[in-house]
Design a protein around this ligand. Structure first.
Ligand code: AMP
Length: 304
């Protein structure tokens, strides 16, 4: 009988029993790591932070391995939810008709980021004849870059809007000049990746001169490579005023000149992609790269 009492008191005093009981009573509190110290009983958010710090500073192989197991959807989703610290920030650079717009749509669909095309924002402002549209028309019509002060204000205001901070962004057509690149970095905005889509000039010319836009849906067609299926769509297509051979050559020269400068600010995150391939091959390469970057960020080893 006395042995029974001794065993009973030993169980009551055992920390395992108390910790077990505590965890059962408070299901909202979960352990940060599988360990039985009281400090592990924290909220899910703190658990994620603690796990991330541990990964970052001590590179614990057991925890790290959890995120590398392929095909384990439950664990991967759990890892993503707990460790994703912030959404992706991407810059994409490519000459006119390099296929940036198409790739941006695919990136936005896969990663949920906001697609910000400065050219499209400006064209839309012109179509709606807003004060911004009136201000930039003269530059756009003459194929000149819109002044930096207008562009910097436009983009920095746009990036501060809640959708960009919540979902991240892919910047298309910006930064285009030294001042734009510097202002972005000076305001503390460091992209995770600077994608450079590379396409030979003769291919770009062929693509750009045959490019047509549907003003109703915004969809882009090509008279030879991807014509619309219906005549009523073909009849309403618009040929962008700056998609003529002469203007394209000027724009290509401008692009090469500016990109040579702008890319120097992002060499550490620069990813060159061969844009002279099928849409599917290009997107496979870009989306794969971005997935790897996202995993690194989640594991605490990406760009801060
Ligand atoms: P895009 O559609 O990117 O080729 O841009 C069309 C036009 O918009 C350019 O030729 C410029 O006049 C203007 N634009 C777009 N983005 C910028 C920028 N970052 N800086 C200055 N001008 C721009």
């Amino acid at each position: 009988m006395s042995i029974f009492y001794l065993l009973f008191f030993h169980l009551i005093l055992s920390s395992d029993v108390w910790i077990c009981a505590f965890r059962i009573q408070l299901p909202g509190l979960r352990p940060a790591v599988v360990n039985k110290t009281a400090i592990d009983l924290v909220s899910p958010q703190s658990a994620a932070r603690v796990n991330q710090d541990k990964l970052h500073f001590s590179q614990q192989p057991r925890i790290g391995a959890r995120f590398a197991v392929p095909g384990n959807t439950a664990q991967q989703t759990d890892a993503k939810t707990q460790l994703s610290t912030r959404p992706l920030r991407i810059i994409i650079s490519g000459a006119p008709a390099s296929g940036k717009g198409t790739q941006c749509e695919l990136i936005a669909t896969k990663f949920g980021v906001v697609h910000l095309s400065t050219g499209e924002i400006l064209r839309s402002a012109m179509r709606q004849n807003t004060p911004l549209g009136q201000e930039v028309r003269v530059y756009m019509d003459h194929n000149r870059l819109v002044p930096d002060d207008i562009m910097i204000r436009l983009v920095s205001e746009r990036l501060q809007q809640p959708d960009c901070s919540t979902h991240g962004w892919v910047l298309d057509g910006y930064p285009r000049t030294k001042s734009q690149a510097e202002s972005l970095l000076q305001s503390g905005i460091k992209p995770d990746c600077f994608i450079l889509l590379e396409v030979p000039q003769d291919i770009l010319l062929e693509r750009a001169t045959g490019r047509r836009t549907d003003p109703v849906t915004g969809k882009v067609y090509h008279v030879r490579f991807s014509p619309p299926q219906h005549k009523h769509i073909a009849d309403r297509l618009i040929h962008r005023h700056d998609d003529t051979a002469e203007k394209i050559i000027t724009r290509l020269k401008d692009y090469q000149h500016h990109t040579a400068v702008v890319r120097t600010y992002f060499e550490d995150v620069l990813v060159k992609v061969n844009g002279n391939a099928s849409k599917e091959e290009i997107s496979k390469s870009i989306l794969g790269t971005l997935s790897r970057i996202q995993t690194s960020i989640a594991a605490g080893v990406g760009v801060k």
